[in-house]
Write a protein that binds this ligand. Structure first.
Ligand SMILES: Cc1cc2nc3c(=O)[nH]c(=O)nc-3n(C[C@H](O)[C@H](O)[C@H](O)COP(=O)(O)OP(=O)(O)OC[C@H]3O[C@@H](n4cnc5c(N)ncnc54)[C@H](O)[C@@H]3O)c2cc1C
Length: 339
């Protein structure tokens, strides 16, 4: 059985902050769009990697957490009821300006007149430690790689593994909520800002965080998906059992730009070079914004992705409405168009 294709004006691959705002800008110009993401929720890195961290460089928001930013973007696009296709990774992109066919890994087809690639660093996932039965505890949430809700750790024992910013930031963020935190790392040197390192030293001195070095994860112990302890070992085979309710493992991310390599678009060091005046890639009708795009002076910042979203929407307009000249209007004049 073949599914009938979804038909839209603009297919937006990636529903991170850049993709979400591109959907808004397309709607403001009365172009239909479809948001597609490999993850099961929108927000890209903001939702998946650092939802509770405050961002300080979003214009007009002195501080806003990454999750609040995505919620605000959702609110802004809500009037347009933009369709979305989540848990679908785009693996194929074929066709030409005015007539593109995209295919997801679940073999669903999308037909679009133009495409916006907003895939950030690619479909991403955590680097998982090679431990027996790890998937059992992942399913029950006793092992996590991103913290989506810090309240679940109130009064709990936590083992945090990793030696970089994320491990330290989360150890510090949870130290006053958790009952106890063990921070394990394979060496007695952490990679973080001097300010975070001195806050870590203070928390260790206060007894809120215990540093377990130089140890690595060895084994998980528990029953029915409920984690009870984590066994850790030194290179010399010395072991310790740490009683815990949760393991938070921060070993970085692996990103998969794999499918993109097969698309007929010029790439430079894993990025898509675009014409900065309209955001178009080497393939006419395919545009790129956010972390994936590159041009002289590019900054990998959310605010820049927002501006690029407005630029590409204007660049796409003549493809969708070839016979209508676009008269630039402020949103204050235009209002939010009826959908
Ligand atoms: C810890 C941390 C702190 C940060 N702090 C700041 C900050 O203070 N200020 C700031 O401006 N920026 C910050 N950033 C960077 C910022 O988050 C990124 O610049 C921003 O998320 C890029 O947005 P994007 O929409 O381009 O891509 P992303 O947010 O990466 O979203 C891309 C989406 O595309 C999806 N995708 C990828 N490939 C496919 C495919 N083939 N099919 C379907 N979907 C696909 C992915 O699943 C993902 O959801 C921070 C990043 C991190 C990790």
């Amino acid at each position: 059985m073949t599914n009938s294709p979804i038909v839209t004006d603009v297919a937006i691959i990636g529903a991170g902050p850049a993709g979400l705002f591109a959907a808004f800008e397309c709607s403001m110009l009365k172009m239909r769009s479809l948001l597609i993401d490999a993850l099961d929720n929108v927000g890209g890195q903001c939702t998946a990697l650092y939802p509770e961290k405050p961002i300080y460089d979003i214009p007009a928001h002195p501080a806003i957490t990454a999750q609040e930013l995505i919620e605000s973007l959702e609110k802004q696009i809500k009037p347009f009821s933009i369709p979305r296709l989540l848990s679908h990774q785009i693996i194929e992109l074929k066709g030409e300006k005015g007539n593109f066919q995209l295919t997801t890994h679940k073999r669903l087809d999308i037909h679009a007149k133009a495409v916006i690639i907003a895939v950030g660093a690619g479909a991403f996932g955590p680097n998982r430690p090679p431990l027996d039965n790890i998937e059992v505890y992942e399913k029950t949430g006793h092992i996590q790689y991103y913290v989506r809700r810090s309240d679940q750790f109130i009064g709990k024992n936590i083992v945090i593994a990793g030696g970089g910013d994320s491990a330290i930031d989360w150890a510090l963020a949870l130290k006053d909520k958790a009952n106890h935190i063990d921070l394990i790392h394979r060496r007695d040197r952490f990679r973080a800002s001097p300010e975070s390192l001195s806050r870590l030293d203070a928390a260790i001195a206060e007894g809120k965080i215990q540093k377990i070095v130089p140890y690595q994860l060895k084994e998980l112990h528990g029953e029915n998906g409920i984690l009870q302890s984590v066994e850790v070992a030194t290179m010399d085979g010395e072991t310790k059992k740490l009683k815990t309710d949760y393991l938070l493992a921060f070993f970085g991310l692996s990103t998969d730009l794999g499918p993109l390599d097969k698309w007929n678009i010029e790439k430079t060091a894993g990025k898509i070079p675009v014409n900065p005046s309209n955001g178009e890639s080497s393939l006419p009708g395919v545009f790129a914004i956010g972390d994936i795009s590159i041009y002289p002076g590019k900054l990998k910042l959310i605010l820049q992705g927002f501006s690029e979203a407005a630029t590409v929407a204007h660049g796409i307009y003549p493809i969708i409405y070839p016979d209508t000249a676009l008269h630039f209007e402020y949103s204050t004049t235009q209002g939010v168009p009826n959908t």
